[in-house]
Design a protein around this ligand. Structure first.
Ligand code: PBE
Length: 303
């Protein structure tokens, strides 16, 4: 009963009540909590992993981890990037234990002292990159936009600056514009020798993941301010983002995490999109905890 009930938990108040209930169950025969055989982390966080939007590849990977490590009593809580960040912020302020699904690049590693739990079974994969994916035919229909998208590549340090500005309260478009003005030389290289477009509208699909909010707004800025296009930034869920590019409703996205995280989407739409290669290398995904927690590996979570 516990498990299904936990899945439906929405409010912090109910969650807090559950923690209390979890503690009191110590005295009423909760074998895990009483066994002392490594169940303490699970009990401390009510056997919950705070996830993000259900369409994220990170959630599929976290589900895989739950299976791979035998975390049978655990619940992966669905929500959003923003809700995860709020829960993490609250926990860190109170020095409460918490486990979240996290990824790099992300501003949270600069703001808080965090660590990834080791993943010896590699449920979260390795050697991933963020790629740019265009719809079939974009090359012919908007060659200048295509040429720039094909060339676009930056670093996690670049992305982190835009993400941090958004986190500090700037509108994403403003943060992107400010970053672009500070990095004009880099952008010169991205557009060097590319003729401006004819004012067509380029539709960029993205999901409200902090990293992709940053990249999509920067790419939109370059298309508009350096290449003469109009842009439409379409914020959608992960599935519709891939479906949009594959079906031609969106022109491109800079949010394809491959070869692992978006593998299912990439396979589903194989042959219906063009992979323009990496726009950022050196990413990472996993379960993330505050450094003050005395746990180092996902293996330690199994009761
Ligand atoms: N993320 C951020 C995405 C890709 C970008 C890791 C949350 C995902 O899991 O699909």
């Amino acid at each position: 009963m516990n498990k299904n009930w936990m899945k439906t938990l929405g409010s912090a108040a109910v969650a807090a009540a559950l923690v209390v209930a979890g503690c009191s169950s110590n005295g009423t025969g909760n074998a895990d909590a009483e066994s002392g055989s490594g169940g303490s982390v699970g009990a401390a966080v009510s056997h919950k992993i705070i996830g993000i939007d259900p369409g994220a590849g990170l959630m599929a990977a976290a589900d895989r981890a739950v299976t791979d490590y035998g975390l049978t009593d655990w619940t992966l809580v669905e929500g959003s990037s923003a809700a995860m960040a709020v829960a993490l912020d609250k926990a860190v302020k109170n020095e409460d234990p918490i486990i979240v699904t996290g990824w790099t690049p992300h501003w949270m590693f600069a703001k808080y002292d965090l660590k990834y739990l080791e993943d010896p079974k590699k449920s979260f994969g390795e050697d991933e990159e963020i790629r740019t994916v265009a719809r079939l035919g974009l090359k012919e229909d908007a060659p200048s936009a295509y040429a720039f998208l094909d060339r676009f590549e930056w670093t996690d340090a670049d992305m982190a600056k835009v993400m941090a500005a958004v986190q500090d309260g700037q509108e994403p478009a403003e943060a992107a514009a400010a970053w672009a003005e500070d990095n004009a030389a880099l952008i010169d290289g991205w557009v060097d020798g590319i003729e401006p477009g004819a004012g067509e509208t380029i539709k960029l699909a993205y999901v409200a993941w902090d990293s992709e909010i940053a990249s999509t707004n920067v790419v939109g800025w370059v298309l508009e301010h350096r290449l003469g296009y109009k842009t439409e930034l379409m914020q959608v869920e992960a599935g519709p983002m891939w479906a949009g590019v594959a079906g031609g409703d969106a022109d491109a996205m800079v949010a394809a995490w491959l070869p692992v995280t978006h593998k299912d989407y990439a396979e589903q739409y194989e042959g219906k999109y063009e992979d323009l290669g990496a726009n950022l290398k050196g990413t990472k995904l996993g379960l993330v905890v505050p450094s003050y927690m005395d746990v180092s590996s996902i293996e330690d979570l199994a009761d």
